[in-house]
Design a protein around this ligand. Sequence first.
Ligand code: NAD
Length: 505
Amino acid sequence: MDKVIKDLLDTYKVTKQTRDFLSKPLGMYIDGKFVSGNANETLDVMEPSTGKHLAQIARGNEQDINDAVSSAKQAFEGEWAAYKPRAREQVMRKISDLIRENLQTIAELECLDSGKAISGCKAVDIAGAANVWEYFAGWATKISGSTRDTSMPGEYFTYTQKEPVGVVGAIVPWNWPFAMATWKLAAPLAAGCTVVLKPAELTSLSMLYFMTLCEQAGLPKGVINIVTGKGSIVGTALSTHPDIAKVSFTGSTEVGKLIGKNIADDIKHVTLELGGKSPMIAFNDADTDALARATLGSIYFNAGQVCSAGSRLYVQRGVYDEVVEKIKKIAESIKLGTGLDPQTQMGPVISKAQQQSIMNYIEIGKKEGARLVTGGYALEQDGFFIKPTLFADTTNDMRIVQEEIFGPVLVMQVFDTEDEVVALANDNEFGLASSIWTQDVSRVHRMVPQIKAGNVWVNIHDPGDPNMAFGGVKHSGVGKDLGPEQLEHYLESKTVWINIGAKND
Ligand code: NAD
């Protein structure tokens, strides 16, 4: 192990479980066991706050996907199909309990792998994931079809029954590795599906550790398989595999479009949770302190690598200057540091490439004539840190206003009227989330139907609960994760007509 990483583990007194896990070769998880993969190749994993080598993961290939899908298919038709709803609920509840018991270790692995600040990671990512498992465990026993009345002449017994769609191929990004994977696993398992999941190549560790917990929980082999590796190889093989009934993808709009094209011939079910450039809209009567504080949980959370981050801020003229000053103060107070430090509020971004991409956007913003209020630079030290950045006085034709930067960069501009700001907010290819900041209830009710986004929040940005569906419109995707809406995506509704009119006596 790299000396710098070893020092990091010592300084922050990471658990024995984390050290033990990192000291072993990390294979993929296929058919109930860790395997090194058919090609026996590996990928290096870097720790983002130091840029040093952290671990190696297996580099999967098409044959590994074939093995994993075959195992998932066998489980779907065999052992998992024999699990009654209560048995599914019980094993899922056990998984939820084990996540809570192992919260510290999962969070440490997640922070080392992704750079996340551990305080937020524990409270939001990992504790939230346990809640999602618990929530969908409860749904396993509540899936039902319905009897229907018809007007067709004759006598019939007519009903619908719900059946799991089959083997699911799930592909997730690096910004919420454990949380997004959980969102892709719990609902299909409740529905009776089995899953092959591909984590992002930059952040596979927490999901591999998670499989040790699934073993402890007694989850039958094949119900969840994890294949690590490159998206272009493993992701393509998974999404196009003929035995995959549904593809559930979270990631960039670019890859989402590619997946949509790849699966078109097979007519697979699909959910796409894609990028965003979500507006926050603040009127003169807004609580500007609460609004400024909300940036900590939004654009400045997880170093801005949040799909639903409020990354565009529109502020009415009367409070615009005041809001610029309040957010500047907050941005400048944010403590940057390594993810493992409990005092850290913002960790590094995920990689050198991501740091360069964000810096490139900052340069574009300057050239486009936006006013750089604070930040705008990378820290000159090891690791991939970027100072929380605020651009003011932007206009909607700027690239920094239209494109997803996926970093701690907030762009803000002034508006005068409600109609004007609705048009500005909707003038974007994405439609994932939005928030409206006002005390005027009538205004809220006028605006909610007009905002083209899958989520509209009022006087808060980015709340979450397993019972509240999350998903986008326009280029932010199709379908929902969480809530009863997500469960429906993993169920086929079979329509049954039984002719009971004919008597044979
Ligand atoms: P990405 O699209 O580059 O990668 C996502 C996943 O897809 C990774 O596992 C990757 O290996 C895989 N992949 C890459 N090429 C593939 C291919 N050709 N076929 C199949 N799979 C392939 O995204 P990223 O950079 O990891 O994540 C950031 C993006 O994710 C941002 O755009 C962000 O907004 C989005 N995101 C959306 C949500 C949401 O709920 N809407 C949540 C989190 C992140």
